[in-house]
Write a protein that binds this ligand. Structure first.
Ligand code: IPM
Ligand code: MG
Length: 356
């Protein structure tokens, strides 16, 4: 019997296959894994007419972890409400696997500080975590067209808010452990307008007593968007609902200078498999050119080892190898300043492997 962890690979569309293949090479260099590669996204629409088949969902539920590239592209862009869309595969996977907590850590690599659109003095010391609710809210509420109008509904239950809030508080405790500082959770909502946000604030505030070692504050989402660019270093854990988290995590990602550096973990109940994916999309404009940045996928593989497979030492190895190649000046085109020399996906992958 093999005790190698079983990992479903979902390369997806655009640059997805290139970066997932690179991550597979990285994992193979670290240890023994059993890989099961499947179609999800636009490629699955082309093959099966739907973005996610039941068979693939079942394979994911039965795996130890799922590593995803990216989905989508102009080929499948449509405003026809009845046409299948690649994103449905991703949403179906999140819902079907019960992945309600999306963790997006943002820590600019010291070597890339100059690539941030913000001045260095603003971003120095930034090290934050966006905890985004992933299976509720307006993404999953009733929606439809009615003659010349359309609607999307945002709904949250106390239970849904409570479990994501706990994920946020617990993450803050973990991050503060041994540091001598208090963890801090910033809960983001729009409680001055939305009823779901008022329930959100009430539930999150009600839990604070269970985490006396964590400081809690609340920000309205528009204000949070502003604070993120004016004082990013002061945030620790940001916990927020699905739509706000989608937007704020892209904004936070850009603090690092490139969306190409940000990994994510989507987790459900303890013991169930997680899904790990880079935050950047499928970048169809550069697909197939061999220049895609594989680093966010490598960092996602590190999150998979740490949060999904209980192998923190190998996760550290990947994180350190990524920092080392950046320190040595290797840059894929998305990371490079105007005059800087660049490397492609293969050379970047080989360099990271050499650092392990
Ligand atoms: C993300 C993406 C997805 C989302 C899309 C592709 C549906 O933007 O993971 O942030 O909005 O959740
Ligand atoms: Mg997004």
């Amino acid at each position: 019997m093999s005790d190698a962890p079983r990992i479903v690979l979902l390369p997806g569309d655009g640059i997805g296959p290139e970066i997932v293949a690179a991550a597979q090479r990285l994992l193979e260099a670290l240890g023994r894994f059993e890989f099961d590669e499947r179609l999800m996204g636009g490629c699955s629409i082309d093959a099966h007419g739907v973005a996610l088949t039941d068979e693939v969902l079942d394979a994911c539920k039965g795996a130890d972890a799922v590593l995803l590239g990216a989905v989508g592209g102009p080929k499948w862009d449509t405003t026809d409400p009845d046409a299948p869309r690649p994103e449905q595969g991703l949403l179906g996977l999140r819902k079907g696997m019960g992945l309600y907590a999306n963790l997006r850590p943002v820590r600019p690599s010291p070597a890339l500080v100059g690539a941030s659109p913000l001045r260095e003095e603003r971003i120095v010391g930034t090290d934050l975590l966006v905890v985004r609710e992933l299976t509720g809210g307006i993404y999953f509420g009733d929606s439809g067209r009615d003659g010349d109008s359309a609607h999307d509904t945002c709904e949250y239950s106390t239970g849904e808010i409570e479990r994501i809030a706990r994920a946020g508080f617990e993450a803050a405790q973990r991050r503060a452990e041994g540091s001598g500082r208090r963890g801090r959770v910033t809960s983001v909502d729009k409680a001055n307008v939305l009823e779901t946000s008022r329930l959100w604030r009430e539930v999150v505030s009600g839990l604070a007593g269970d985490y006396p070692d964590v400081e809690l504050d609340h920000l309205l989402v528009d204000n949070a968007a502003m604070q993120l660019v004016s004082r990013p270093a002061e945030f620790d854990v940001i916990v927020t609902e699905n739509l706000f988290g989608d937007i704020l995590s892209d904004e936070s990602a850009m603090l690092t200078g490139s969306l190409g550096m940000l990994p994510s973990a989507s987790l459900g109940e303890a013991g169930s498999p997680g899904l790990f994916e880079p935050v950047h999309g499928s970048a169809p404009d550069i697909a197939g050119e061999g220049i895609a940045n594989p680093l966010a996928t490598f960092l996602s593989a590190a999150l998979m080892l740490r949060h999904g497979l209980g192998r923190p030492a190998e996760a550290e190895q990947i994180d350190a190898a990524v920092d080392a190649v950046l320190e040595r000046g290797l840059r894929t085109p998305d990371l490079a300043a105007a005059e800087e020399a660049t490397v492609g996906t293969d050379a970047m992958t080989a360099a990271v492997l050499a650092e392990l």
